[in-house]
Design a protein around this ligand. Structure first.
Ligand code: ADP
Ligand code: ZN
Ligand code: MG
Length: 494
């Protein structure tokens, strides 16, 4: 068997309002060639001006990936000809990128891996070519959009690991609020490099799969490539160093071009942009943006709230969802301090990941938009406390949640208005039981006989029947536990 080595180059669009070197709007989906100016069209003689917000966001990602921010960082020109790059060079970073030598931990259930990050560098995106029939159209709206490239060392080994890396990274940049992570729109895209070799022989000759716009294609493309290269080596043939593309219709990679070497780009320092030496205030503003990241947060959810891996992981997939969860647990505790934190957390996790999730999707809201939901964390907390204390049945509690979403009212007012409060008065339940006993003399006699015989199965069935009748007599509002207690008491002659 062979060893495999995978290194990823992930490009993310930073959510800056304007482009990285000019004041044009940075947006996806606007009418073609509406967000353009002489700078991003690459007219001769124009001067780029660095967008500080892009630099701050880039450094924020670098720090989240445990990279070092150098004392001096600058830009280079990377020369190449391409119709979507009218300047014939791209302003990028080469010798001293803004983030260097970090690492990123990825984790599955009972599995963990540390991936070294080689660097993060800031650059400008190119325009977009649209090929239609016999002509190619050019849209320069994307030209000059802030792009951060994250380059890993070849520490990943399988398509599955690479897919997980992308998914984890996507969560992180969304938590930081620096990228929307939308792979379909190209806000996050990856080039995947892969080589194989005999164990102990180190890296093999790499193939690059370019422009993967879904984490699934990353997995499929890499696993396909690992297999293809293995067959070549088995047959004693060399692997060509080249760039390939994933063909999603044929489920295979296909050759695009042989890869240029780094020096072909003739990098040289961009003369129109000064060297940036991050001052303490800038670095402080970067540190201030470092929120608790998804992986440590998931671990905290496991230890602090006693949640199993899966619900903790699901709750941490979106920052807004994790925030909602924590606020709702607080609300339960404020309402009913006798409920322990772990109990409250378990209940809230259940409500959020089943009923609320379902209601959200029915209301056309994504998990990220949970903050807009009418069932705000306080309302859910109140409702969970009410069902836990037995003041509302589980069934009515769930209906209340649906009504909160539909009517935008407080749970208490819905429960009161609908008469959904649970009947917990023992006297009232005893009255109901008395009525049921009077109406069901035969069942009662059968039950007494079964109890006398010690026929547990039959007595259980008959008792359950009488509980059902009692609850029915209360219009479904009776507390089942108290109903059972009253039936027991009356059977015992009390
Ligand atoms: P290039 O100069 O061709 O762009 P880099 O050294 O910048 O190559 O690496 C690009 C990506 O390819 C990185 O993610 C790196 O980890 C990965 N990589 C480099 N060499 C190999 C190899 N032999 N096998 C697998 N991945 C590799
Ligand atoms: Zn512009
Ligand atoms: Mg490279």
């Amino acid at each position: 068997m062979y060893q495999s080595f995978i290194g990823l180059e992930v490009h993310i669009h930073l959510l800056t309002k304007t482009k990285v070197f000019c004041g044009c709007r940075s947006a996806f989906g606007d009418a073609p060639n509406t967000n353009i100016c002489p700078v991003c069209l690459g007219y001769p003689g124009v001067l780029p001006v660095l967008n500080r917000e892009a630099l701050r966001m880039g450094c924020l990602v670098a720090r989240a990936l445990n990279c070092r921010i150098p004392e001096r960082t600058w830009f280079e020109r990377k020369q190449y000809f391409y119709p979507d790059m009218p300047k014939n060079y791209q302003i990028s970073q080469f010798a001293s990128p803004l983030g260097q030598e970090g690492f990123f931990d990825i984790e599955g259930k009972g599995w963990a891996k540390r991936v070294r990050i080689k660097e993060c560098h800031l650059e400008e995106d190119a325009g977009k070519m649209i090929h239609t029939g016999t002509v190619s159209l050019l849209d320069y709206n994307r030209a000059g959009v802030s792009l951060l490239e994250i380059v890993t060392e070849p520490d990943l080994e399988t398509g599955e690991e690479a897919e997980l890396f992308i998914q984890h990274l996507r969560r992180v940049v969304r938590y930081l609020g620096v990228c929307d992570g939308n792979m379909e729109e190209g806000s996050l895209r990856a080039d995947a490099n892969v080589s194989i070799n005999l164990p102990g022989r180190g890296l093999g000759r790499k193939v690059e799969i370019k422009n993967l716009n879904s984490s699934r294609f990353v997995r499929l493309g890499l696993n396909y490539e690992i297999q293809r290269q293995g067959l070549l080596l088995d047959a004693g043939k060399p692997v060509m160093q080249e760039t390939r593309l994933w063909n999603q219709n044929r489920d295979q990679t296909e050759p695009l071009r042989t890869k240029e070497n780094a020096q072909d780009y003739r990098y040289f320092p961009e003369p129109d942009l000064p060297v940036f030496a991050p001052e303490p205030e800038f670095l402080a503003s970067v540190e201030a943006g470092l929120v608790e990241l998804p992986l440590p947060r998931r671990k905290r959810f496991e230890t602090e709230y006693g949640l199993p891996f899966d619900p903790a992981d699901l709750l941490c997939q979106e920052k807004a969802l994790a925030d909602y969860f924590e606020e709702a647990v607080e609300a339960v505790r404020a309402q009913a301090p006798e409920i322990s934190k772990t109990d409250a957390a378990g209940r809230v996790a259940n409500w959020v990941l089943t009923d609320l999730k379902h209601l959200l999707s029915r209301a056309g809201l994504s998990l990220e938009e949970i903050g807009l939901c009418r069932a705000n964390p306080r309302r859910l907390g109140v409702l969970v406390a009410l069902t836990e204390s037995g003041r509302v049945s589980m069934k009515n509690g769930k209906q209340t949640l649906a009504a909160v979403m539909a009517e935008d009212r407080e749970p208490e007012s819905i429960i009161a208005g609908r008469g959904w409060e649970q009947l917990t008065d023992p006297g009232a339940l005893r009255e109901a039981v008395r009525g049921v006993f009077a109406a069901e003399p035969e069942t009662l006699a059968d039950l007494r006989a079964a109890l006398a015989e010690g026929n547990k199965k039959r007595s259980r069935t008959l008792r359950a029947y009488l509980v059902g009748k009692t609850l029915e007599a209360t219009g479904g509002r009776g507390d089942p536990k108290i109903a059972v207690a009253q039936i027991e008491a009356m059977l015992a002659g009390n």
